[in-house]
Design a protein around this ligand. Structure first.
Ligand SMILES: NC(=O)c1ccc[n+]([C@@H]2O[C@H](COP(=O)([O-])OP(=O)(O)OC[C@H]3O[C@@H](n4cnc5c(N)ncnc54)[C@H](OP(=O)(O)O)[C@@H]3O)[C@@H](O)[C@H]2O)c1
Length: 248
């Protein structure tokens, strides 16, 4: 049964004119993003190290089902046991198949291989890309990301996905410590050009205990390590909006 829309969605719905419009306006993915909070989404995590393990853990605590993956899934036993029955471990291929949404958190230099090896499984899925090009670690691909922008570079290596750059802008320790903090939440910039995927990403940022601030994919470089002015900035959401020039 379809769950009722949240009040702000109902207002938007009334503005555009009635029930007949609703189902042509809301695609299944957007409707899913609005209603999934009850049962939780199925999320596959590729790269379950500091960032993937932390953010995936926050989603488990929010009620989502998360499959953490590794090239050595047996090494994830402690992580998933600590998180309880909504967490499980698998291979990268299994996590990609399991997730309705995929978080990728591997070294940026591994992104082309992850994209290539899992092209079929990732096609059409919402992919949250937390990977940052880091000169000291990632080699040649950093030059490409610097020249073309990190958003378009990720899109090149994850073709056919509904890509959103997310969870890039500060460290995993801060994601752990500032989740659901008291008072004004910390803002997390998300960048993408697929409106429905952005809705899903926004919900998952909120479920992780933060407030999303949305910009187009081309602006992902503003919170990337190569001179992105918002990289390593864990800012209260109003300040983040201001810094990004978002007025709503
Ligand atoms: N740590 C942070 O604070 C932070 C914050 C924002 C963004 N990021 C970005 O997030 C990404 C992950 O960072 P991290 O600090 O979490 O790194 P990490 O702790 O080293 O974890 C990375 C994981 O990636 C997996 N991996 C490596 N190569 C792979 C490949 N070819 N295929 C599949 N999986 C592969 C490894 O898993 P297995 O060896 O088990 O397969 C490893 O556990 C990086 O791009 C980083 O820049 C990190």
């Amino acid at each position: 049964m379809t769950k009722p829309l949240a009040s702000h969605d109902r207002r938007a719905f009334l503005r555009i004119g009635g029930a007949a419009t609703l189902f042509s306006f809301l695609t299944p993915l957007a409707a899913f993003a609005q209603t999934a909070s009850g049962g939780g989404m199925k999320i596959g995590v590729v790269g379950s190290g500091r960032l993937g393990g932390t953010v995936g853990g926050l989603w488990v605590k929010a009620g989502h089902q998360v499959m953490f993956s590794s090239r050595h899934p047996e090494e994830l036993v402690r992580l998933v046991e600590g998180l309880g029955p909504k967490a499980r471990a698998g291979t990268v291929e299994q996590a990609v198949a399991f997730g309705e949404v995929i978080l990728i958190a591997v070294p940026y230099s591994a992104l082309p291989q992850v994209g290539r090896d899992n092209a079929k499984g990732l096609a059409g899925k919402v992919v949250l890309d937390a990977c940052n090009p880091v000169a000291a670690r990632d080699g040649e691909i950093v030059k490409e990301a610097d020249a073309n922008g990190v958003g378009p570079t990720s899109a090149k290596y994850l073709p056919g996905t509904r890509l959103v750059r997310a969870f890039n802008s500060f460290g995993s320790g801060t994601f752990a410590s500032e989740s659901r903090r008291a008072g004004e939440p910390i803002g997390v910039p998300i960048a993408g050009d697929d409106p429905e995927a952005m809705k899903v990403a926004a919900k998952l940022v909120r479920d992780a205990g933060f407030e999303p601030v949305a910009v187009p994919l081309a602006r992902a470089k503003e919170f990337s390590p190569s001179n992105g002015p918002l990289f390593r900035q864990a800012l209260p959401v109003k300040e983040l909006r201001q810094r990004l020039g978002i007025t709503q």
